[in-house]
Design a protein around this ligand. Sequence first.
Ligand SMILES: CC(C)(COP(=O)(O)OP(=O)(O)OC[C@H]1O[C@@H](n2cnc3c(N)ncnc32)[C@H](O)[C@@H]1OP(=O)(O)O)[C@@H](O)C(=O)NCCC(=O)NCCS
Length: 229
Amino acid sequence: MAFGPIMKVRTGELSFELAPLTRDSMCEFVNIDHGGGMQRHSVTKYLGRNLAPVLEDEYEWFDRVRASKDDIVWGIWLVEDDERTLIGNSSLNGIGDSHAGFIRQATSGSLIFRPEHWGKGIASSAHKVRTWYAFQHLGLHRVNSAVIQANGGSATALSRSGYTFVYTERNESFVDGELRHMDCLECLNPLDLFWRQWWHGDRPPASARRARQLTLQAMAWASKNVELA
Ligand SMILES: CC(C)(COP(=O)(O)OP(=O)(O)OC[C@H]1O[C@@H](n2cnc3c(N)ncnc32)[C@H](O)[C@@H]1OP(=O)(O)O)[C@@H](O)C(=O)NCCC(=O)NCCS
């Protein structure tokens, strides 16, 4: 699977693509001229990483992704005046069957390694696009995620695609002088076939029904704003 197909997104003033990474672009993840990216504490502190990667690590990761059979990774490319700038990535990892083979699921992850692009709605939009792709095109039943509680921006962006709280892992990491808890989240495929298979006779709780509407809205937004090349 390795890299996902090109998806061009236009939302208001903002244009970006979810598209494959290139080996040449991997230097952007650690580009010191743009602040160091993955070498910055502010970027990695909620990702459970303390060590700063260097270019060789990024190449190694690129090669691992390229060979992967159960991950789909996209670069997040900002498009301005026909210029594409790599600012992050978004992924569906560990795609496969679970629950005695009846359920297909994955775990999502994302980061924008240039903080000057945070808070512009890019992750919120990118999550909607990835959610649409996971449910509409891969036919997954569920996408899981996990967020350190202090990472409010991440939780907010995921909630806009209908990710909901499942349980808390206490004391998952130690960041900036404090033990931090991690919330485990899930996003369920709201399309009838998958929804019925997931709940099969159980009455979904109100929170799941509300989340379903959010996910449907996110997918409707994506189908309008994404060009799947
Ligand atoms: C988390 C991350 C992907 C968010 O990306 P982003 O493009 O800034 O997110 P968005 O702008 O789409 O949405 C963030 C929202 O959360 C809000 N927010 C920020 N801090 C918040 C907080 N502490 N609590 C609640 N909401 C918060 C923002 O204001 C924004 O809402 P708005 O659109 O109403 O202004 C980005 O900050 C990042 O890459 N961080 C480093 C890596 C990381 O933590 N990845 C996620 C691991 S789970």
